[in-house]
Design a protein around this ligand. Sequence first.
Ligand code: 13P
Ligand code: SF4
Length: 331
Amino acid sequence: MNNNSEWISAGYVTEGVSEKIDLVKEINRLKKEKNAIIMAHYYQVKEIQEIADFVGDSLALAQQAAKTNADIILLAGVFFMGETAKILSPDKKVLVPDLNAGCSLADSCPADAFEAFVKQYPNHEVVTYVNTSAAVKALSDIVVTSTNAVAVINSIPKETPILFGPDRNLGNYLQGLSGREMILWDGACHVHEKFSVEKIAQLKKDHPNALLLAHPECKKPLLIMADFIGSTAALLKYSVENKSKEFIVATEAGIIHQMQKASPEKLFIPAPPMDSTCGCNDCEFMKLNTLQKIYLTLKHEYPEVYVDEDIRLKALKPIERMLDLSAKLKL
Ligand code: 13P
Ligand code: SF4
């Protein structure tokens, strides 16, 4: 455990770094020296995606964390992703570049309030989205990501009532697709809720051939307009396989790096939020991670993710249930 009080209060290593240091070279050296792996979510800045050993959506990151041989996992994403990696790989050291990289959706579901909510619905299957704290996962029967949510809901016997949390938009979307009524927790992601339907409708007029791709965390009026709805990995796959040359992308703008890399000849337009003059929608938590913080995190092996062992064991069961089902369905 590190005792540097300045780092502890900042939530990351605050040490200055000389401009002469080649961060990419140093990160690669430290990775090798410490047998560390960098796993990055699609919403990271492109420099981080490029230096990562593995880039993926939240399901792929969890799958990778469960099977890596590295001694250290550096998770460049948000805190719940680091926690999920630690739950699955308790013997590894799991590092995150900045402890302040939280998630508004996970924060919209405090464990004590969720526990009281769950108690009101005894007999319900408690299905939670992976964007939650370990303590909320520990209260769950099964975890889902946006890649496997439909398959998980469909795997639950029809006569079993379902309680779903914390994302109301994903929950509504799943109710529509599965035809199952579910008790929903009233949470949301501030990034996906702030896309402007009006500005997107204008963009569609300006680019009549562009297809609108949307993440299911977006609000219903936007999802109704979308040509394709899916997880970040599904949106990327669709953009590669679909013959269209133009796409409007309604999720965090970091994903566009992989889309553009896979299809350099296509045009990807970030969907604009309501309240900004810039054209794209960034998750400020995801964007707290920088190459400099990754370098310092690997150098000092700080900040590290810890999960209480009792909570870890309880949270492990619903995550493993999800991974087993995903493996069976080849997701
Ligand atoms: P994915 O599961 O599609 O990676 O989404 C994670 C996330 O945080 C979406 O906001
Ligand atoms: Fe959380 Fe939303 Fe950021 Fe995803 S985009 S990490 S759901 S705040």
